[in-house]
Design a protein around this ligand. Sequence first.
Ligand code: FAD
Length: 464
Amino acid sequence: AGPAPAPAKRLKVAVVGGGLVGALEAVFLARRGHLVDLYEYRDDVRRTPHLNRGRTINLTLSHRGRAALRAAGLEAAVMARGLPVRGRLVHARDGTRARSLYHPDGQQCIYSVNRKNLNELLLTAAEELPNVRLHFNHKLVSADLDSGRLTFQTPLCPEGVSHSAALVVGADGAHSRVRAAMLRRPGFDFRQSNIEHAYLELRIPPNPDGSSALEPVDFLHVWPRGSFMLMALPNGDASWTVTLFAPDERLRRLCAEPVLAVRLFQTHLDDALHLIGAPALERDFAAGRPSLLLGVKCNPYHVEGKAIIIGDAAHAMVPFYGQGMNAGFEDCLLLDRLMNHYGDDLQSALAEFSLVRNPDAEAICDLAMYNYTEMRELVAKKSYHFRKKLDGMLYNFLPNLWVPLYPSVAFTSQGYRWCLENKQWQDKILQLFAITSISTIIIILGLTVLWIWNFISNEDLSDL
Ligand code: FAD
């Protein structure tokens, strides 16, 4: 990545949240020459052995996330640790397995990355810039976005310590405090959707010789079972992170009585149980606490030229498209481009961000919700695989005209809204094609029957 242009005006910026998006945004802002203070609620992840509870161990990185990392000069470092994932492998109830590639040529893939490693890498990249200061154990408790005054609770100052900034960037996740401060403003629209399902993470250990117990290693493995679903993503040490998505109440019951979890696996997920091991499964359930899933839509994302929310703070989504982090990274890239375009005029840059980003963010939230059904139910249906095959054939034949939904989301930078509308257009074309084909067949059959009838009638007449 080339050097970012120095800003005409050097601003004091507060980034709230040192997760994936906040850390990357701090790098972008510092590369522009701004003075960046990053405030993170938790301790420094680089000094803690494990991730906090409820944080997924690995995530999939795709084109959009990579484009943002590239612009920040960090793509190569991240990719060096990424594991390629070329498609989905569905484990059916009867033990059969069906593969589908994410991209028909099998070449383009997404990558499984470790959340902790990635967060550490991004925080270090931010810290290495001379104009970034990192403040851990700083929990934002209140924000006055007009004056830029922020109050944090810290272990040393539980009653609260105040800092101020000319620009406040809220990257403080799905339960954002910065967004909560926007809620009180007139015209701010906010919608939260909670889904019935929660998730719990389990682990498939490597074989004793260090090899992977689940093959092939370059696929996302899915066990769709209607009301629940299991998913496995590979880790660098040949283990797999396995996520069970199930109704929250049911998951809690299984955690309370882990022997029921073993029974559930014996009945519906026997091959996975074999890989995890019954004792480990019982242990994981006994120690586990299900995490809830939610979606957030809001608008606008900014307050004048003074504050903006990005990442999950602006558009948390259910995780079934593997796009939450990618979309958050894309936010950072878009904001950087708008700051280039508008220069000193921060108010216009932030307003444009809300305007451009909102339709795309809402579209990916909707697509993620759609995939929630697709992954649990549709992937087990023959019609789903037929449509995938048809999409793949058309994509091979007409690569510029027929880009199926998944590749358009995961392997292009087309706006998410465009991807959604493109899928709706493709659905209509296929429906029209199906209706036309069925009508043609009916007409041909009808004409054939009439012709035969006419023929028979003719013979009857000639008999007279
Ligand atoms: P967060 O990661 O939530 O970070 C917010 C940070 O702000 C945290 O460090 C938090 O401690 C801090 N914070 C919170 N409140 C305060 C406060 N008051 N003061 C100071 N700091 C605060 N995305 C993908 O792209 N690919 C995937 O494969 C994928 N898989 C997922 C699987 C699951 C099960 C889940 C739940 C999510 C998945 N996601 C995935 C989504 C991804 O995890 C999120 O989109 C991403 O973590 C958002 O990053 P963020 O920095 O905006 O928010």
